[in-house]
Design a protein around this ligand. Structure first.
Ligand code: ADP
Ligand code: MG
Length: 696
């Protein structure tokens, strides 16, 4: 086996590969595009395409594909062979600059929220040179953005790139006030990915898991996660083999998979890469999820990425570690000098303001059918967005809000009463796990993101909102005389922090008191996807999207529609699966067992063992009541489900699914789960939670 470092990035058309394969001049011009956003000439593209093809063929590729992320959130690819017949029965290989830069997938079936009538269905994909190409399954994959012919974004990447751009511009304006002129400011992201691994056989025997990704039925197991024996426990050999294979594949793709461990729930694990630039980090995360699923099939395992595969057991999330950096420094690092501290506080304040002002958008950005079962479920952050700063930073912020911080008269720099801010990275005294948005030393960790989500949306909101608050700061402070700048900046922070202090919360985010307290503070508590999605197009948020040039009004509405549609479709699938499973799988099994008990009663009676009758009669009665409950549950669910399907307005339909269909689903589930506790094991038609979670 090649040594560890040699295995890294072997399938990536990386900077070092480019250096090797591209003429010097082409390389330089390509990097002018990547680093400084210069337009790309066709002759450069031709040269890059040629080099890519040469490299890809040497590495066993036969096809190329524009790899993109349509609004469904998953990744899409259409493969084209490098082969080109030349007419005399032979063929050459060909890959032109034009084919590299632009592709035309027949995209009529991708969701577009009314942006594109099907008769003008063709959108085009455009190469994103800032994320490297890679080889996957003998296909050269080229990360691309996906747009309609009028330039409207039809994917997740395009607006994300726009948001990175505006954030870069505004952050640079702020840094200029501190006398700094970095080349670029980029958000960095480290995405911790949680997942479940279960036996493939158990998975296949649970139709609900196969169809919806989660168990729609299932009584709690005898043993859950209460012993906390799984968290960071020794990794089982079968899982360890899987993790090694996964690491290997990810490393080859240049994805810096770093940590892996068992999570809290049985069968639950986590993988975290080293953080990278946002755009690449998201592409990487999409690949991580894809590989997690694929590699599992080689080990007789199935990887579940759903946010809540098992009720009563922790769900899975994706902690989104976000920071902002230049080529020289992390802007969310407090730094070692008072002036650096002041700069840090300005960026910190901008994030706090952004999160408070756009808490509804952040909540919206993590809303999904699956995540509804996780958020607020006492194991994951609540649906209320708040910020946890940690003890030391809370104290600093408090001082500023109270006007107790000052600018040192002689040195013109921040004076907090201590020399400099303490090194916050070491402030591990309280890593409040119940907070959805926590400052962790030199980054913010947004923990409400769902495990299955394409993490573009939450980062899109963060980038855009922070760009706006930085812009406000720059607008207000540009033109301030140099000797007054520190004082004015501190004053700005003081006012802004006071205006947005309601979003700061250090207590227990899982508690009922917080729900009440948050309401008193006027914070949003958007419990379901149906409640959260309208924020996408709320007037104040449309103003943000359009004023920052990240989404047009039409684009914002189309995204809202796609999200609604997806939610409604998934709820429809779940409700349908539930009714069908209850009717065809569970009820017949329970009836069969009831029949057996009834027949047994005759035999017991015949044998004269009447003393044993009461117990069996009792069971039979319970079974019969259960069957009745299930029948009623099915009827009730059927009725509201039909009602929901009859609603034409997508938002109203979503409301009906969230607030009427979902409770009916829970009732039906409860009726079936109650029977699981008394029906004989060999009559139960599917693997139980015990079977799935502990027999691995
Ligand atoms: P924990 O589980 O304690 O939250 P992990 O080490 O599992 O910590 O994950 C932390 C994640 O945050 C990793 O992906 C790491 O690379 C990332 N990270 C560290 N520093 C930064 C930073 N400055 N910006 C963005 N992400 C970061
Ligand atoms: Mg974390």
């Amino acid at each position: 086996m090649a040594n560890l470092t040699d295995r890294f990035g072997t399938l990536v058309f990386s900077e070092s590969v480019m250096k090797e394969y591209l003429p010097k001049e082409v390389y330089k011009r390509l990097f002018a595009t990547i680093d400084e956003g210069e337009p790309l000439d066709l002759d450069v593209a031709n040269a890059v395409a040629h080099a890519m093809k040469t490299w890809a063929l040497e590495h066993g590729a036969t096809h190329y594909a524009h790899w993109f992320q349509p609004l469904s959130g998953i990744t899409s690819e259409k493969h084209d062979s490098f082969l080109e017949p030349v007419g005399n029965g032979t063929a050459i290989t060909k890959f032109t600059g034009k084919a590299l830069i632009q592709g035309e997938p027949d995209a009529s079936s991708f969701p577009n929220g009314g942006l594109r009538a099907t008769f003008e269905a063709r959108g085009y994909t455009a190469w994103d040179p800032t994320s490297p190409a890679f080889i996957k399954d003998e296909v050269l994959c080229i990360p691309t953005a996906f747009c309609g012919y009028n330039g409207e974004a039809l994917d997740k990447k395009t607006p994300l790139l726009r948001s990175m751009k505006v954030l870069d511009v505004q952050a640079k304006r702020v840094l200029a006030l501190f006398g700094k002129t970095p080349k670029r400011v980029v958000p960095n992201v480290g995405l911790e990915q949680e997942y479940f691994l279960i036996k493939k056989d158990a998975y296949r025997r649970r139709r609900d898991l196969v169809i919806t990704g989660r168990t729609l039925f299932g009584a709690p197991p005898c043993k859950g996660q209460e012993l906390e024996e799984h968290y960071f426990g020794a990794i089982r050999p079968s899982v360890s083999k899987y993790m090694k294979a996964l690491d290997d594949e990810l490393w080859a793709l240049g994805i810096p998979a770093k940590t892996k461990h068992n999570e809290v729930a049985p069968c639950q694990h986590e993988l975290a890469p080293v953080y990278t630039e946002l755009n690449e980090g998201i592409d990487n995360n999409m690949l991580v999820m894809e590989k997690m699923k694929l590699v599992a099939t080689n080990y007789d395992l199935t990887c579940l990425l759903h946010e809540k595969p098992f009720e009563g057991i922790n769900g899975s999330g994706k902690h989104n570690n976000w920071s902002l950096g230049t080529e020289d420094e992390n802007l969310l690092d407090p730094g070692d000098t008072p002036l650096e501290n002041l700069q840090f506080l300005v960026f910190l304040t901008a994030v706090i303001e952004a999160v408070d002002k756009y808490q509804d958008l952040l909540r919206m950005s993590v809303a999904s059918c699956g995540n509804d079962h996780r958020l607020g479920a006492n194991e994951a952050p609540p649906a209320i967005i708040s910020i946890f700063l940690g003890d030391q930073l809370t104290e600093v912020v408090q001082k500023i809000m109270d006007g107790k911080a000052s600018v040192h008269a002689q040195h013109g720099v921040l004076d907090l009463g201590a020399d400099v801010l303490p090194n916050l990275e070491q402030d591990n005294t309280d890593r409040n796990r119940t907070s959805p948005f926590a400052f962790t030393g030199n980054k913010f960790e947004f923990r409400a993101v769902g495990s299955e989500a394409n993490p573009s949306d939450p980062n899109l909101v963060l980038d855009t909102a922070v760009a706006e608050t930085l812009k406000e700061f720059a607008d207000a402070l540009e033109g301030t005389p140099a000797d007054e700048f520190a004082g004015a900046a501190l004053e700005y922070c003081k006012k802004t922090l006071n205006d947005h202090r309601r979003v700061l919360f250090s207590g227990d985010g899982y508690s009922d008191e917080w729900q009440n307290e948050a309401e008193r503070r006027g914070l949003d508590n958007l419990r379901t996807t149906a409640d959260a999605l309208p924020a996408m197009v709320a007037p104040k948020n449309l103003a943000l999207w359009t004023s920052m040039g990240v989404l047009s009004e039409t684009e914002a509405f189309s995204r809202y529609e796609v999200k609604l549609e997806k939610y409604n479709k998934l709820m429809n699938i779940e409700a349908t699966t539930m009714v069908r499973e209850a009717r065809r799988t569970y009820r017949p099994a329970i009836t069969a067992y009831a029949t057996k008990v009834a027949k047994g009663l005759e035999i017991i009676h015949g044998a004269g063992a009447d003393a044993a009758m009461d117990c069996e009669k009792n069971t039979l009665n319970k079974l019969c009541r259960g069957i009745t409950d299930i029948n009623e549950g099915i009827k009730a669910l059927d009725a509201v489900h039909q009602k929901a399907e009859g609603i034409l307005d997508a938002q109203e339909q979503a409301n009906c699914y969230a607030h009427e269909v979902n409770p009916a689903m829970e009732n039906l589930r409860a009726a079936v789960d109650a029977m699981e506790e008394i029906v004989a094991a060999d009559y139960w038609p599917v693997p139980t939670y015990d079977d799935i979670l502990f027999y691995v």
